[in-house]
Design a protein around this ligand. Structure first.
Ligand code: OVM
Length: 410
């Protein structure tokens, strides 16, 4: 939509529909989003974002409703602000993320198989061993950057290893993730997106080369996707595209989840004391951490037809921004929603989404978090902040570039 068309549409909306004037992709908003989430939640069940001419849902119930109705709210027109109906997609669409059933169902199967419990069990020992290596190193250092030394270093070692990638050039995975997730936001006049995509051509070339069969070692998640091609259930190109999905979705998300958990613990020493006392709470604590500081803050859906959502008329091909992070702090659903409480039941949080697209890789995230945070829980008595954490301005993911801390050994 042109700016003029957006203005006209905004002016024609019924008076009772809340219209938001702030820019959800302003750097100040990205760095301090929660007051804006609250403002939208309290303004109404569905709000209109004037700057972009799209809808936003921020309450738990509406976010669930949209995500669970994949026929009305499709993913195939893109899960970012860009509308694939009217704009060339930024990259060839993902066969899973940017697809609807039945194509989505078919593409998801090999991914789910590649990272099944049985497949993961074969890597479990290595995930555990590497957690010891990284925690040993961190304890030796004493003062660390929780982001650089743990939240980035550990996933960037164990995940590509499990996929079957060679050790060289792995920082490119971070560059690619940053491109893909920033592309969820607007592309026009957006400095964050422009900055992330400066080297997009070289980064994309590296990624696609590493999705090829030749780049993958036997026994990894990547090669098990190619086994579907061997059986004729996928073409060679489709297999490569699904490996691309692993590399797109599998790094930044876990880097963020683990880092956000460390951030929360550094700010809530009483909660770390609880976890240290009972490390069996690790999984529970991780779920609570990603409820409160959700790695993916928002994805979009696109209305496939004229419809109505909580009394608001949505037009065919309107974009709907679904705020997982806000649903996860909706006081209509959660008691004391802004409090980090590792003993609360965080089940039902929407950090992994819900419905047919619910994160297929969440088991990998859990194994990583269990291994690393579990090892820390046993061996670290206290986490003390030694400086102010630095948040990255990112269009989809909440992630810290730096979390200075001191680890006190048990
Ligand atoms: C994909 C993909 C990319 C980014 C995120 C994601 C959270 C999936 O390429 O399939 O899921």
């Amino acid at each position: 939509m042109s700016d003029a068309a957006i203005l006209e549409r905004s002016q024609a909306l019924p008076q009772n529909i809340p219209q938001m004037d702030f820019d959800p992709y302003d750097v100040e908003v990205l760095k301090n989003p929660y007051p804006y989430h609250e403002m939208m939640r309290e303004a109404g069940s569905v709000v209109w974002i004037r700057k972009y001419g799209c809808w936003a849902v921020t309450r738990y119930e509406e976010v669930r409703t949209v995500l669970n109705d994949y026929q009305t709210y499709v993913s195939s027109a893109g899960v970012g602000y860009a509308n694939f109906r009217t704009e060339e997609p930024f990259r060839p669409p993902s066969l899973v993320l940017e697809a609807d059933p039945p194509a989505h169902t078919r593409a998801r199967k090999p991914l789910a198989a590649a990272i099944s419990n049985k497949a993961l069990a074969q890597h479990q020992e290595e995930f555990t061993k590497q957690a010891k290596v990284y925690v040993d190193r961190a304890l030796e250092m004493g003062e660390i950057d929780g982001s650089r030394d743990l939240a980035v270093a550990y996933p960037l070692k164990v995940f590509p290893d499990a996929v079957g990638l060679a050790p060289d050039g792995r920082e490119t995975l971070l560059d690619y993730g940053n491109i893909v997730f920033n592309a969820i936001g607007p592309h026009k006049d957006n400095a964050v997106f422009a900055d992330a995509t400066k080297n997009a051509a070289a980064v994309t070339e590296w990624i696609m080369a590493h999705c090829a069969r030749e780049a993958l070692s036997p026994g990894g998640f990547g090669m098990s996707i190619y086994e579907f091609a061997d059986r004729g259930e996928l073409t060679e190109d489709e297999a490569g595209m699904l490996v691309r999905s692993l590399l797109s979705a599998g790094v930044d998300t876990t880097v963020s989840g683990i880092g956000n958990a460390l951030y929360l613990f550094s700010k809530n020493p009483d909660q770390w004391a609880k976890l240290h006392e009972d490390p069996s709470l690790t999984r529970h604590a991780f779920e609570e951490a990603i409820r409160l500081e959700s790695p993916v803050q928002a994805f979009f859906r696109t209305a496939s037809k004229d419809t109505e959502l909580s009394g608001v008329k949505i037009n065919a091909w309107d974009k709907v921004m679904c705020y997982y992070a806000s649903a996860n702090r909706d006081p209509r659903r959660w008691e004391n929603p802004d409090k980090f409480d590792i003993t609360r039941n965080a089940q039902g949080h929407l950090a992994f989404g819900t419905g047919v697209h619910r994160c297929v890789g969440r088991v990998v995230a859990w194994v990583e978090a269990d291994a690393l945070l579990g090892e820390l829980a046993r061996r670290v008595k206290a986490i003390e902040p030694t400086g102010e954490p630095v948040l990255r301005a990112q269009n989809a993911i909440r992630v810290f570039d730096s979390i200075p801390m001191r680890l006190i050994p048990a």
